[in-house]
Ligand binder design. Structure first.
Ligand code: DGY
Length: 330
């Protein structure tokens, strides 16, 4: 039922019905049932008159959008990464931004570990070979590759997801774990996941399987480029489940083609959903479409948490996972 006194919110992408219904109990909801990824102009047009936005990593909220939508009070991201939100611009305009930490940690770590294993053990490459009808006999060296158990697991970016991957490697696969991060973990956290802190150069040189779990920022742009790939072992694998742009995809495709590293597993890409064409033509890469958090339970938990934040901000409550809580006391 329409009630023009209720706040209006935009749900910028198609999401679980139950979540839209929860929002509709509080607000006038405009939902993107067609699931179109709107242009900035379309997003601004849709946001007119809306107090809140339920967004995903595909919607960019920057100063231009905020200035064009001065009535906006909350932007709630259904993602833990929030490089799509200009947080400083939100804070300067008193707009609360939120993300969805914690609820996706274990699911994303499962996927990161699976992608690393698929990359090391050449699952995609061998599966494509079988489907092409090329399997005619067993051979001792057919799709031979490195072990995962006992190999050195390297982690670049040791936040919640990095630690969850380290724990899997340490406890489940007997892997020595090394990591590099802006700040070093407390000794008890290092001990819990069996991880040793090393410099970035040491991480690159010593890892058998390097997993990237850094947040994306201007500082982490191309943190892995040609020079860094050149420091890795030629037998090493690289897995990126963080964000496109952290790895220089063109440099990676070239390193893979020249076998300067053994293989890569990528769930995220620069300029996704476009994928660098050179990556599509090298065999030694496993490519997945940004699905690391995509378990049913976790995606529902993420959507519910984004909705919880939106409901709290617009009904005078305390949002559970704000990124700039200072705007609430301002
Ligand atoms: C996140 O939560 O940041 C993921 O990349 C989106 O699924």
């Amino acid at each position: 039922m329409s009630d023009s006194n209720r706040p209006r919110v935009l749900v910028a992408r198609r999401v679980f019905d139950s979540v839209v219904q929860r929002l509709a109990a509080h607000f006038e909801v405009e939902a993107n049932d067609e699931d179109t990824v709107w242009s900035k102009a379309e997003l601004i047009a849709r946001l007119q008159g809306k107090s809140g936005a339920f967004i995903t990593g595909s919607e960019r909220i920057d100063a231009e959008v905020l200035d064009a939508c001065p009535q906006l009070k909350a932007v709630c991201n259904m993602a833990v990464g929030y490089n799509n939100i200009d947080l400083a611009a939100c804070t300067a305009r008193g707009v609360l931004a939120s993300n969805t930490p914690d609820v996706l940690t274990e699911t994303t770590a499962d996927f990161g570990f699976a992608l690393m294993m698929a990359t090391a053990r050449r699952l995609a490459e061998s599966e494509h070979f079988l489907r092409r009808g090329e399997w005619s006999k067993w051979a001792y060296d057919m799709f031979i590759g490195p072990d995962v158990h006992g190999a050195t697991l390297g982690i670049l970016g040791m936040g919640r997801i990095g630690r969850a991957i380290a724990r899997r490697g340490h406890l489940g696969f007997g892997m020595p774990v090394i990591y590099h991060n802006r700040s070093r973990l407390a000794p008890e956290l290092e001990a819990e996941v069996g991880a040793s802190y090393v410099s970035k150069d040491e991480l690159l040189a010593q890892s058998d399987h390097l997993v990237i779990v850094l947040p994306y920022s201007p500082e982490s742009h191309h943190a892995i480029g040609a020079a860094e790939l050149g420091r890795m072992k030629s037998s090493a694998t690289l897995t990126n489940i963080a964000r496109g742009g952290i790895v220089d995809d063109a440099a990676l495709a070239q390193a893979l083609a020249e076998r300067r590293i053994a293989a890569a597993g990528l769930d995220v890409f620069e300029g996704e959903p476009k994928v660098h064409p050179a990556l599509l033509s090298v065999p030694n890469v496993v490519l997945t479409p940004h699905i690391a958090s995509a378990s049913v339970r976790t995606r529902l938990a993420m959507a519910d948490l984004a909705a919880d934040n939106l409901i709290a901000v617009l009904t005078g409550g305390s949002p559970p996972t704000p990124l700039n809580p200072q705007v609430l006391s301002g």
